[in-house]
Design a protein around this ligand. Structure first.
Ligand code: AMP
Ligand code: ZN
Length: 108
């Protein structure tokens, strides 16, 4: 089972900042910004490349959750990033959206 599926199943620890039936969001273990949250669908999808039409609602939900978390954290602006595929810098092959706010420390 992939590392994010293990986090979803609470078999691995994480600092959860948001959770509902469809998604979980937790702090990145190696933050690249003051606020660095990963928003992850509970359904295992490898990457954006494997996204299907049936997942459109779920994909949109990731954005709504990102906005919700950003609002809770009083971010006045932020960056949202998907790394797609090895060539796109993706390391963990379970779809996730990076939410980056505050001072950015490095590249995601
Ligand atoms: P990506 O390059 O888009 O695949 O990003 C994967 C991200 O997952 C990186 O920013 C890592 O720091 C983060 N990460 C890896 N393992 C964990 C973990 N156990 N808990 C939280 N974040 C993690
Ligand atoms: Zn997974």
């Amino acid at each position: 089972m992939c590392i994010f599926c293990q986090i979803i199943n609470k078999e691995l620890p994480s600092t959860i900042v948001y959770e509902d039936e469809q998604v979980i969001a937790f702090n990145d273990i190696n933050p690249s910004a003051d606020v660095h949250v990963l928003i992850v669908p509970k359904k295992h999808i490898d990457s954006i490349m494997e996204l299907e039409e049936a997942d459109e609602k779920l994909a949109g939900h990731l954005l709504t959750v990102a906005h919700k978390i950003a609002k809770e954290k009083n971010l006045k602006g932020y960056k949202l990033q998907f790394n797609v595929g090895k060539e796109g810098g993706q390391i963990i092959f379970h779809l996730h959206l990076h939410l980056l706010g505050g001072k950015v420390h490095g590249q995601v």
